[in-house]
Design a protein around this ligand. Structure first.
Ligand SMILES: [Fe+2]
Length: 320
């Protein structure tokens, strides 16, 4: 059973442990028998984004509930890929609060998850750019340093391989002179990404995850203002056309993002660009513009076909 958007509110129970009996499996079986030269099996992973964990609004319980929902899926995912905005928040908070939130995030994952996790950074995970609570650029954990230290990462971007696919976790949050941040990839990271793509075997499929989307339609319905469509530089990444071309040229088939707390799946230049809603919905205050608290399941078939589904985990907000 493929859950359509219309089915979001009705099909949750049936999905957990139940969807395997649907037509998707038959398709996979057919693909497997018709293309026996492929040695790589299909696999499943989940993309959970915009957790915004905090002690308030039962957010930690919500993240735990989401993790249990993910681990009860059948087939079980191989790993969890997060999409940033892990905490609420570091951008405009003091060190004590920001540090406590990262520790809370790690505790909830430690206590409620046994799957491998690959973290991606969002704008709310950057410490101190809001220059509030006395935080300055001289602070030793300023900017992305606190995130990297807490997540034990040397850089906020990295790559890993899984069953014949390469995944690139990118840092899409850049400083801005006029806003708190803007979407994009800095030059140093772009050099690294181009080198990594050049090093990747051409036939090897790949995926990227960024917090801020490169291409999304979720920004459009609310962007008509004063007779024109206006989209802020904090909503989407700059350089989308060049990035889409680069991805298409290098067999990158999937580009996952978060940030919008809304869901879409866009095909452009043969790449699936998908925005995976939010675990926190409307920042733990209920459904956001009709999009419930949820996460995405991505199934990769043995022939490397992508199936994307957004799955609500049935959370009831304490306040809405
Ligand atoms: Fe967010």
């Amino acid at each position: 059973m493929k859950l359509t958007r219309r089915g979001w509110f009705a099909g949750v129970g049936a999905l957990v442990g139940g969807w395997l009996s649907g037509s998707g499996v038959a398709t996979w079986a057919e693909e497997r028998s018709s293309n026996s030269s492929l040695s790589v099996d299909g696999f499943r992973f989940v993309h959970m984004t915009d957790l915004h964990i905090q002690p308030e609004l039962k957010a930690a319980q919500g993240v735990a509930a989401c993790l249990h929902h993910i681990q009860s899926l059948n087939p079980k995912p191989d790993f969890i890929l997060t999409g940033g905005d892990l905490i609420m928040d570091a951008l405009q908070q003091g060190e004590e609060r920001a540090s406590m939130l990262f520790d809370l995030l790690k505790k909830v994952f430690r206590d409620h998850n046994s799957l491998p996790v690959y973290h991606c950074m969002g704008n709310h995970d950057v410490f101190g750019w809001g220059k509030k609570q006395g935080v300055t650029e001289e602070h030793p954990k300023y900017g992305k340093k606190m995130y990297m230290e807490k997540m034990e990462l040397e850089r906020p971007y990295y790559a890993f391989d899984h069953k014949g696919w390469r995944f690139f976790v990118l840092d899409s949050v850049q400083p801005s002179e006029t806003e708190l941040y803007q979407g994009g990839i800095d030059g140093l990271q772009m050099d690294w990404f181009r080198q990594e793509l050049a090093r990747k075997p051409k036939e090897m499929p790949a995926a990227i995850v960024t917090h801020i989307p490169f291409i999304t339609v979720t920004v459009l319905p609310d962007s008509a203002k004063e007779g024109r469509f206006q989209i802020g530089s904090a909503s989407m990444c700059a350089g989308a056309q060049q990035m889409a071309q680069l991805l298409a040229d290098n067999n990158v088939k999937l580009a996952l993002s978060g940030h919008m707390h809304m869901v879409d799946e866009v095909s452009y230049r043969g790449i699936t660009f998908a925005c995976s809603g939010a675990v926190s919905g409307r920042w733990w205050k209920g459904v956001h513009k009709g999009f419930p608290e949820g996460y995405a399941i991505i199934d990769i078939s043995p022939a490397n076909q992508i199936s994307y589904q957004y799955i609500p985990f049935g959370w009831q907000a304490v306040e809405s």
